[in-house]
Design a protein around this ligand. Sequence first.
Ligand SMILES: Cc1cc2nc3c(=O)[nH]c(=O)nc-3n(C[C@H](O)[C@H](O)[C@H](O)COP(=O)(O)OP(=O)(O)OC[C@H]3O[C@@H](n4cnc5c(N)ncnc54)[C@H](O)[C@@H]3O)c2cc1C
Length: 439
Amino acid sequence: MKPAKDNCNVAIVGAGPAGIACGYALAKAGVDAVVFERGKYPGAKNMFGGIFFSNAMNRILPNFYDEAPIERFVAKRRYSMLVDNSEIAFGFEPEEFKKLPHNNSFIVKRSLFDKWFATKAEEQGAVVINNITIKDFLWDGDKVIGVISGPGSENTFLADVVVCAEGANSILSQKSGLRDKLGPTKRSIAVKEVIKLPRSVIEDRFGLSEKQGAAYEYFGSSVQGLLGNGFIYTNMDSLSVGIGFSLSDFMEKKGRESPNDILEDFKNHPSVEPLIKGGSTIEYMAHMIPSDSFSYLPNMYRDGLLLVGDAAGLLNTSFFHEGVNLAMASGLYAAETIIEARSKRDFTSKTLYQYQEKLNNSFVMQDLKNCKNFLSFLRSHKNLINGYPRLFNEILVDYFSVSEKSKREIKRGIFNKVRKNVKLTRMVTDMWGAWRSLI
Ligand SMILES: Cc1cc2nc3c(=O)[nH]c(=O)nc-3n(C[C@H](O)[C@H](O)[C@H](O)COP(=O)(O)OP(=O)(O)OC[C@H]3O[C@@H](n4cnc5c(N)ncnc54)[C@H](O)[C@@H]3O)c2cc1C
C-alpha cells in the first residue's frame, strides 16, 4: 500500500462498492484517486444480505467471476409469506440462471469481496488507505476542497473533487448540506447472523449442487407484520439469515420485542428452523439500510462534491433488494463526470451536475422511480402484509381439506368467507394498486 498523500485529484470517502468502483475507473483513466476507509480493510465493517447483482460490475471487470471470491451463484429464488406457523411459498429455478452470467446474481461475503475488489483498484493505481475515518469536509466558502480526518494539517487532504461513498449512516452527507437530517422513515434496520453448516447439509436441505445457491425471502409474520422481510441466502458452508424492517414502523410498535428477538422468532418459525437446524452462529451484525423514497432523494452534487451509493440513498427497497449494483453504477458515473470535469478544469456544479443527469438516464434512477410508491403503499395498505395473506392461507386450507364435505360445499364456504372479510371491489383495487407500485 502506498503512503498517504496530502494532495490528490480525487478523495473518495469509503471503500464499499460505490467508492471502489469510482476509484477503479478514475485510476484506470490515469486520475490520482485516494480512497479513505475507516475499517481495518475494505469490507471489514461491511454487511449486506448476500446477493451481489453484477450488471454494473460487468462494465468494470467483465470476467470478474473467474477470480472474485464468490460463494455461489443464485440458481433458485423463493418468495414466501409466513402466516403464524404456516407458510405459502412460490419458488423458481430457471435453466437460464444456471448458465453464465447466472442472471448477474452471485452470493458473496462482503469481507472477502470488498477486499478483493479494492486490490483490483490498487492494481490500476488507486491508493486505498485503511484505518482512517474522515470526520468532515474542508471548505473554501461554499466549495468542498478536501477532507479532514482530525486536527492539524497532517490530517487534512486537499482534492479537486471529493466523492462521498460513506454508506447508509450518511454522517458526512448530512454535513455537506445536500441532505436533510435523517429521520426514522428514511432508514430501515437489519440484523443478520452467519450460521455455519457443512456444505453437504446445505446442498441437501436447499436442493443444490456444485456452486448453485438459493435466495429465500420471507414476508408477513417473518418480521411480526412489520414493513420488512426475512431472508436466507446460502454461502458455500454457511447461511446468511437475517431480517430487515422499517425503523419508523418498528418505533411505532416499540415496547414489544427487540430486533434480535424478532430475528430469534424468525429462526424458530417451523418453516425456517429445519433449514438452519444444527448450525452454529459465527457472526452477528446489525446495519442501517436507506429507505429514502425516490421523491425525497437528496441533491447529489455541489461544488467540489458528489454523493454516491447508499450515501445518496440509491437502494431499491422493493422486492428486488438491489443496492450493490446501484452503488457501483453511481461510482462509475461519478468517475466519468470527474474525468469530463478535469478536461474542462471545472469542478463546480456547472460541470458536476452531469453526474445527476447520467444517473437519471440510467437504470438506477429509472428503477427507483418505478418503485417510488412501494413503501408508502405498503404503509397505507398493511392488509397486504397481514390481512390478505391470512385470508389466502385460510382459503388454501379450506380448499385442499379432505373431509366428508363435498367440494361444492367447500367452494360455497370459501365464497362466503371472502365476502364476509373483504369487499370484492376493495380487494380488486388493492391488488391493482399493489401491482402498480410493488412490482
Ligand atoms: C442487511 C442488508 C442486506 C442487504 N442485502 C443486499 C443484497 O442482498 N444485495 C444488494 O445488492 N444490496 C443489499 N444491501 C444493500 C447494500 O449493502 C448497499 O446498497 C451497498 O453496500 C452500498 O454500497 P456503498 O459503497 O454505497 O456503501 P457501503 O457498502 O456501506 O460502504 C461504505 C464504506 O464507507 C466506509 N466509511 C463510512 N464512513 C466513513 C468515514 N467517515 N471515513 C472513512 N470510511 C468510511 C465504511 O466502512 C464502508 O466501507 C443490503 C444491506 C443490508 C444492510
